[in-house]
Design a protein around this ligand. Structure first.
Ligand SMILES: Nc1nc2c(ncn2[C@@H]2O[C@H](COP(=O)(O)OP(=O)(O)O)[C@@H](O)[C@H]2O)c(=O)[nH]1
Ligand SMILES: [Mg+2]
Length: 243
C-alpha cells in the first residue's frame, strides 16, 4: 500500500513527476518513525500507556476523553496532548475534567508528528506536581481520517472512531485508518434510531480490513458501552505498570 496517502497502490508518485519530492517525503517519514520509536521507548521507560485517537472532526474524540477522565481520574494520573490546527479549546475541555493537558496547534498541518508529541510531552511533564507520574497519555490527533494514519507518534494503541451520523461507508472509504488501528470505536450509538447505520455491517467491513481490531460501540451521552471501554483502558494501564 502507498505509505503517503494509503490509496492501495504499491507506491506511486505524489510529486507529479518530481522525484526529489518523493525522496523528501520518504526521509520525512523515516525521521518521524525514528522519533516515534524514541517516544515509545521513553513512554515504556516510564511505564506509561500512550493512546492515539484518530477520527473525522466531530466524531466525539474530546467528549470520549472528557468521560474517560471523569471515570478514571480518581485512580490514575492522566495527561492529554490535544492536536488541532487552531485554538486551545479541547485542552481547556479536558483540563476542566481533571487531566493535565497541552494543546498542540499545528498551524495548518493536518496531522501530529512524533517530534511535536515529544516536545508536548515534556511540557506536560512540567505541569506535574513533585513526585507525580503520568499513568496514561491520550493524544487527540487533528481531525481527519487521512494524514494522521501515516504518522506513528510512538503510541502503544491507535484508536479510530466513526460516529453514527457520519454514515457507514467510512471503513471502505478510508481503509488505511482501519488497517493501522488497534481499536475501532463506533461512537454516538444513542443516535442509531435516527440514522441508516447498520452496526453489524460496519463492524464486519472494518474487521475484513483488519481482523485484529478490537471493536467498541458506545455513547458518551447515554453512557452505553462506556464500562467496556473503561475496563479495557484500565487493563492496558495496569499491564503497562506490570500490575
Ligand atoms: N448524540 C451524541 N452526541 C455526541 C456524543 N459524543 C459527542 N457528541 C457531540 O458531538 C459533537 C462533537 O464532539 P467532540 O467530542 O467535540 O468531537 P471531536 O471533534 O471528535 O473531538 C459535540 O457537539 C458533542 O456534544 C454522543 O455519544 N452522542
Ligand atoms: Mg476534539
Amino acid at each position: 500500500m502507498c505509505d503517503v496517502c494509503g490509496c492501495g497502490a504499491d507506491s506511486h508518485d505524489h510529486s507529479h513527476g518530481n522525484v526529489k519530492t518523493v525522496k523528501l517525503e520518504e526521509s520525512l517519514f523515516k525521521e518521524n518513525d525514528r522519533l516515534a520509536q524514541e517516544n515509545r521507548k521513553h513512554f515504556d521507560g516510564k511505564n506509561l500507556l500512550a493512546v492515539n485517537l484518530i477520527s473525522s472532526p466531530g466524531s466525539g474524540k474530546t467528549s470520549l476523553l472528557e468521560k474517560t477522565i471523569e471515570l478514571l481520574k480518581s485512580r490514575y494520573t492522566i495527561g492529554v496532548l490535544e492536536g488541532d490546527i487552531e485554538t486551545e479549546r479541547d485542552a481547556d475541555r479536558v483540563r476542566a475534567k481533571g487531566a493535565y493537558a497541552i494543546q498542540l496547534t499545528t498551524g495548518g498541518a493536518c496531522h501530529l508528528e512524533a517530534g511535536l508529541v515529544h516536545k508536548g510531552f515534556h511540557s506536560l511533564e512540567h505541569q506535574l506536581k513533585e513526585g507525580e507520574d503520568l499513568d496514561v497519555l491520550f493524544i487527540e490527533n487533528v481531525g481527519n481520517l487521512v494524514c494522521p494514519t501515516s504518522f506513528d507518534l510512538g503510541e502503544h494503541v491507535r484508536v479510530v472512531l466513526v460516529s453514527v451520523p457520519e454514515g457507514p461507508d467510512k471503513p471502505a472509504k478510508y481503509p488505511k485508518a482501519f488497517r493501522t488501528a488497534d481499536v475501532f470505536i463506533i461512537s454516538k450509538i444513542d443516535l442509531l434510531p435516527h440514522f441508516d447505520f447498520d452496526l453489524e455491517k460496519v463492524k464486519k467491513e472494518a474487521l475484513s480490513l483488519n481482523p485484529k481490531l478490537k471493536v467498541f460501540t458506545l455513547s458518551t451521552v447515554s453512557g452505553e458501552g462506556m464500562d467496556e471501554w473503561i475496563s479495557y483502558v484500565e487493563e492496558l494501564i495496569k499491564n503497562k505498570k506490570g500490575l
